[in-house]
Design a protein around this ligand. Sequence first.
Ligand code: 1PR
Length: 593
Amino acid sequence: MESPPFHFYSASRPTVFLPSYSSSSFLFLHKNPSFIKSSRSTNVSYSRSFSVRASSSSSTSDSVVTLLDYGAGNVRSVRNAIKHLGFDIKDVQTPEDILNASRLIFPGVGAFGNAMDVLNKTGMAEALCAYIEKDRPFLGICLGLQLLFESSEENGPVKGLGLIPGTVGRFDSSNGFRVPHIGWNALHITKDSGILDDVGKRHVYFVHSYRAMPSDNNKEWVSSTCNYGDTFIASIRRGNVHAVQFHPEKSGDVGLSILRRFLYPKSQMTKKPGEGKASKLAQRVIACLDVRANDKGDLVVTKGDQYDVRENTNEKEVRNLGKPVELASQYYLDGADEVSFLNITGFRDFPLGDLPMLQVLKYTSENVFVPLTVGGGIRDFTDANGRHYTSLEVASEYFRSGADKISIGSDAVYAAEEYLRTGVKTGKTSLEQISRVYGNQAVVVSIDPRRVYVKNPTDVQFKTIRVSNRGPNGEEYAWYQCTVNGGREGRPIGAYELAKAVEELGAGEILLNSVNVSGQGKGFDIDLVKLISDAVSIPVIASSGAGAAEHFSEVFAKTNASAALAAGIFHRKEVPIQTVKEHLLKEGIEVRI
Ligand code: 1PR
């Protein structure tokens, strides 16, 4: 494709400065030690000028994609998608690797400021600008789009690469829109973007709290927009330079087609009008797999009635509903918008000792191109040899193994109790640490509440509600007590208080279970879902109790849940995911198809 002449906006090109290293900014750098070593030991300014070689195909194989992974988060999904499409990956280790790339993918992850810090200190910022100015094939993803702009308000203002005019700002949650913007949304394609040719009216997956806005100054760049409270830039394109705010690697088959079109620009792919009815953020349908070792030591998908996962037989064996990798792959093909794994014995076993669970994640992420969440056992831990692991290390291992989001259960309850008692954010809880490094959109808090009936709202210090169905002794009120350790232990904190506290501590989403209705198939606890989804401005996933497609439309109609999750009905093949979605569509509820 002929590239148009470039007139780069250059008012705020990156300031290249002498590094003054803060220890923390390098904690989570690239896995490749030479990358870290070279950036640490260099004590010179990066004001050299780069030259980009003229031809893309002379020395680099056509089947290689150069990937800029500065190690701040999970880019395993991007790697898996690239490999799935038949390409090998060359990791950027020096600025020259950027300049020599024949095609470069930059899946920016983490916070804007940290990313710019790393890019500036390693000389990558200047190399990136030189590469892009020469109209070399480039695809930025998510933060990889935002960094192209002049600056961001994220912990800032912080200067960006300055290639595109505009400032990246936070979504405004005061107008009722939940932040982060998580889920499947529609694109409004404004110009021929090449890579978006198969999208049409289909949803793509977004997860972000910050966005760039279209303006007269950047309109030549914008190739699509998306609406979420306001209209923001969903993708840009200029010549061979593309960037998308959404995640093609997590957008199912439509996302893979976007990557394919970037990777094979010259092939004769015909334009397929994307079938679909996407017009706004879709309600999500999530398949959940509760996973644990059975008595033979095999990792199985199980499902309890009110959290009791053992069969009602003399042997009391752990219920076995299938193999985790197979089931997750099936749910992906069936149209699940996300897949969640909960390692339900993680509270007593050390997850990093649970190599099969990490393997499950690795294998699943090779074939499942929608978001994967994993929870269970995320906390500080000292193993039998006295080696201490922080919760951040545990989470990092999950991310490295293929998780897009992690979910914290018990440890979030302790953190919220402490926060409510002292009023102090220590910054040291697992929730705070993980959301600081990976962003709050990557941190889900899983709540396991149990309903406790009371006669009068003043009987307890926790938020009570007037229940739809009275308690066993005619009680009209109830509060929802949080539990830990798989529902075994009640704690002195309500689900309402916990939800508000964890939002303040940095949770990006709430997975709201219910010990009472889990596995019962009688419908979601609407009172509970309404209470929590009205209390917070982050997305809430309604979980527990689904037994029919109608239960999904009920929870979306009566509450502010952003997603609904089920386990048993999918495992037992009672209601296929497609049937749920068709029913929701019929009821006028937007879903991804
Ligand atoms: O406390 O950080 O180690 O995390 C443990 C995680 O494991 C928590 O997210 C907790 O919810 C989960 N968990 C622990 N024990 C159980 C159990 O069932 N014995 N499962 C458990 C929670 C709830 C959902 C279930 C829905 C939908 N199960 O996972 O999938 O209720 O089920 P349904 O559609 O069949 O009704 P930590």
